[in-house]
Design a protein around this ligand. Structure first.
Ligand SMILES: NC(=O)c1ccc[n+]([C@@H]2O[C@H](COP(=O)([O-])OP(=O)(O)OC[C@H]3O[C@@H](n4cnc5c(N)ncnc54)[C@H](OP(=O)(O)O)[C@@H]3O)[C@@H](O)[C@H]2O)c1
Length: 257
């Protein structure tokens, strides 16, 4: 029987690419997001099971859990829904942006983990193990100016995953964190900069071979398809051109003479 994975934020970017790749690899895929029309297109084109839900709303997560439970056990949960809103300083940023970032990146992840754990345990009993993987960010490990709210949310999501790994020790459930650096996706930076497409494009300007959603999807699927006793518990993944959050090379990469 095909294994089942639940991917949150499957309607665009990394989540969409991950949902498609899992389908190609023969998994049953449940895609969760708010934009039903985008999930429907994925369902029609790739056979994912769409579940329209806002992970920041407990009633939506409860309904999603019912819909997913009706399908059967869940072998893997990929918490990918998230994002950054705003780029102002700690002093000047809008607390509502901070609240929104905390809601989706931290509480959304927590809600989905609580909802899915019984179904993950069912799969672990049947198949030997199950997985919870969250997409945090290097912003959850390194701070930078104008990153305050996103840094705080992703540091918290990282902490949540680290605590969860301790709490689930003794069960055959891997807790994995993938922390990407900059990834060139269509919507992430546009949302961060309030719809400013030009400013969003400038983030990736001149970067030789930036990471794209398919690259992160490949890393996610690889981590989850490794034998069940191997836990890539924390993986940082960046383009070669990004040596650190603050050190991005914006010219072709060439060997020194
Ligand atoms: N791109 C990067 O440079 C980068 C780097 C490091 C980490 N990340 C992290 O990677 C993840 C995906 O980023 P991305 O670049 O693929 O961005 P994206 O294209 O904006 O994807 C975000 C996804 O999350 C979903 N989502 C947002 N709020 C939601 C909610 N309340 N309930 C359910 N789904 C929700 C969105 O779908 P709907 O709007 O349809 O709900 C969308 O599918 C995020 O957690 C982000 O923080 C991204």
């Amino acid at each position: 029987m095909a294994k089942r994975v639940v991917v949150t934020g499957a309607s665009s970017g990394i989540g969409e690419a991950t949902a498609k790749l899992f389908r190609e690899r023969g998994w049953d895929v449940v895609g969760v997001a708010r934009r039903g029309e985008r999930l429907d297109a994925l369902a029609a084109g790739h056979g994912i099971h769409p579940v329209v839900a806002d992970v920041t709303l407990q009633a939506d997560v409860d309904r999603a859990r019912e819909e997913i439970a009706a399908l059967g056990p869940v072998n893997a949960l990929v918490n990918n829904a998230g994002g950054a809103f705003g780029s102002a300083s700690v002093e000047l940023s809008d607390p509502e942006d901070w609240r929104a970032m905390f809601d989706v990146n931290v509480l959304g992840t927590k809600r989905m983990i609580s909802a899915m754990l019984p179904l993950l345990r069912d799969a672990a009993r049947a198949d030997g193990h199950a997985d919870i993987l969250s997409i945090t960010s290097v912003a959850g490990h390194e701070v930078y100016e104008s990153g305050g709210g996103y840094n705080a949310a992703k540091f918290a999501e990282h902490a949540l995953m680290a605590v969860l790994r301790l709490e689930l020790a003794g069960e055959p459930i891997r807790v994995l964190e993938l922390a990407p650096g900059m990834v060139k996706t269509d919507e992430f930076a546009v949302k961060r900069f309030g719809g400013d497409v030009e400013r969003a494009a400038s983030v990736y300007a001149g970067v030789d071979d930036p990471l794209v959603a398919d690259d992160i999807a490949a890393a996610i699927v690889h981590a989850i398809e490794l034998p069940g006793h191997i836990n890539l518990d924390l993986v940082t993944i960046r383009p070669v051109a990004q040596a650190a959050q603050f050190k991005v090379i914006r010219q072709p990469l060439v060997p020194k003479n």
